[in-house]
Design a protein around this ligand. Structure first.
Ligand SMILES: NC(=O)c1ccc[n+]([C@@H]2O[C@H](COP(=O)([O-])OP(=O)(O)OC[C@H]3O[C@@H](n4cnc5c(N)ncnc54)[C@H](OP(=O)(O)O)[C@@H]3O)[C@@H](O)[C@H]2O)c1
Length: 222
């Protein structure tokens, strides 16, 4: 039975990933940072692990929590958002909140989780955003968020070379109806995750490090 790890599964896209992989019959390990989130994950039949990706001490305990696992699919989903543009400087607090959650957490998770993914010859996917596509930036809306997701894309692309037995990818989920995406988004979490899972399943080794849309289309340039 394949083992799937979802990092950041308390709600939205992460919870939907855990639900769909569990429904498909996979063994799911999923993380959340509080009791409410852990309960939602457990209700799906998944093994729940407590993890705050913005707390370096919490993330540094991931390796022992996953000791002995071989992971076929790992997905780093946790993320936070900020819509501010470039007419004001970001506060240090907001800079740290976004960069710790969206970038540092992923960079701390990679050396701990990637060897377990390599052990299964599996896939390690990071949920990024089209707002992190440098070549496509048409405004500064979500300036700090854009910077954090572009940094995440680089973290993924650069790290994949150290883990050749795993296939890495950064993937945009599209604009999705969640607490972050809002009610006006065109995609439901169910639709986005179904499309992402299809693309994850079809990933080939030679694509490792790619920045892809949920439907598998690569972003042109970075
Ligand atoms: N929705 C969209 O339209 C959209 C578009 C592009 C990219 N994305 C990306 O997709 C991912 C999921 O977004 P979403 O739409 O599902 O957002 P969401 O509904 O706001 O959920 C965010 C998830 O991240 C978790 N998280 C945040 N900070 C965390 C921390 N310090 N430690 C552990 N977990 C943490 C949240 O956990 P708590 O419940 O504990 O807060 C929650 O599970 C994010 O990376 C986001 O940037 C979303």
């Amino acid at each position: 039975m394949p083992t799937v790890l979802i990092l950041g599964a308390s709600r939205g896209i992460g919870l939907e990933f855990a639900r769909q992989y569990a429904d498909a019959g996979d063994r799911v390990i999923a993380t959340a940072r509080n009791a409410e989130g852990l309960k939602k994950v457990e209700a799906l039949g998944a093994k729940a692990l407590k993890l705050d990706v913005a707390d370096p001490a919490s993330v540094s305990g991931l390796a022992w929590q996953l000791d002995g696992e071989k992971i076929d699919v790992a997905v780093y989903v946790a993320g936070v958002y900020n819509t501010d543009g470039a007419t004001q400087p970001p506060t240090q607090q907001e800079f740290d909140r976004l960069m710790h959650t969206n970038v540092l957490g992923a960079m701390q998770a990679i050396p701990q989780v990637a060897p377990l993914v390599e052990a299964a010859g599996g896939r390690f996917v990071f949920i990024t955003s089209d707002m992190g596509h440098i070549a496509g930036a048409g405004s500064s809306f979500g300036w700090l968020y854009r910077v954090s997701k572009a940094a995440l894309n680089m973290a993924v692309k650069a790290a994949c070379t150290d883990y050749p037995a795993a296939t890495f990818a950064a993937m945009s989920p599209g604009w999705v109806k969640t607490d972050m995406g809002g009610a006006g988004a065109p995609l439901t979490a169910q639709q986005s995750v179904a499309s992402l899972r299809k693309t994850i399943a079809a990933l080939s080794k030679r694509q490792s490090g790619a920045f892809l849309n949920h439907d598998g289309k690569p972003f042109a340039g970075w």
